[in-house]
Design a protein around this ligand. Structure first.
Ligand code: DX5
Ligand code: ZN
Length: 229
């Protein structure tokens, strides 16, 4: 099973979240924004870790035929370890688990052993100290800028301190680690997040709620670049 290359860590990336797309025509939505998609952010919700249910491996498998982008699967699940193999087989390239569910070291090892790129996510109220011990073992740190479960929420700017703290750790220790923000990212908040130290921007409603999602994704990329000073 090939893994699509995520690209060099630290590169500025736009990762559209399909949660905000039209699920009745998901392949078209994904193809329409392909030219502005670095990673495709796939939000998986189990109705237990978060009070919502979205999609699972069957949808990843179907979408895999229509996109050769890096599939960045955000597993908002209480027991992600039970499904890593299924997501890998379906075509996931990276899987991100939440530190709040525990067994973090085991999950990181299991995901890496399957050839997955591994992300660790932290909710807005989870302290940086909880993820700090794992920075050397992961490929992606996802710092949620909303509480997970739904798209279209407002950006929680208090998380920017955590983003900057993570960026300092990555730079001081020269870690090959991407810092991703997710939730309420748009042309206003994207440069704020990039200036704080994020390099991967997940956006759902800011892209798919527009009549021209491709244009919206391009505008987001331009806005994000302005945050790099
Ligand atoms: C929320 C998800 C996010 C969300 C982003 O639980 O993890 O990826 O879909 O949607 P927007 O960009 O609309 O906040
Ligand atoms: Zn997400």
């Amino acid at each position: 099973m090939i893994t699509i290359d995520a690209g060099p860590s630290g590169t500025l990336r736009v990762a559209p979240s399909i949660l905000a797309a039209d699920f009745g025509s998901l392949a078209n939505a994904v193809r329409e924004i392909d030219a502005e998609t670095d990673w495709l952010h796939v939000d998986v919700m189990d109705g237990h870790f978060v009070p919502n249910v979205s999609i699972g491996p069957p949808v990843v498998k179907s979408l895999r035929q229509y996109s050769d982008r890096f599939f960045d699967c955000h597993l908002m699940m209480s027991e992600p370890g039970r499904y890593l193999e299924a997501f890998r087989t379906a075509g996931a390239d990276g899987c991100t688990v939440h530190v709040e569910v525990g067994s973090t070291a085991t999950l990181i090892d299991e995901a890496h052993s399957m050839g997955l790129r591994v992300g660790l996510a932290a909710n807005p109220d989870t302290p940086f100290s909880l993820v700090a011990p794992f920075l050397g073992d992961i490929d992606l740190l996802l710092l949620m800028t909303v509480f997970p479960g739904f798209g279209g929420q407002s950006f929680i700017s208090d998380v920017m301190g955590k983003v900057s703290e993570a960026r300092r750790e990555v730079d001081v220790n020269d870690l090959a680690l991407d810092i991703e923000v997710d939730g309420g990212i748009d042309v206003v908040t994207a440069p704020i997040a990039v200036e704080a130290g994020a390099n991967v921007l997940v956006a759902g409603s800011a892209i798919f709620n527009r009549s021209d999602p491709l244009e919206a994704a391009h505008e987001l990329r331009v806005a994000a670049r302005s945050g790099r000073g």
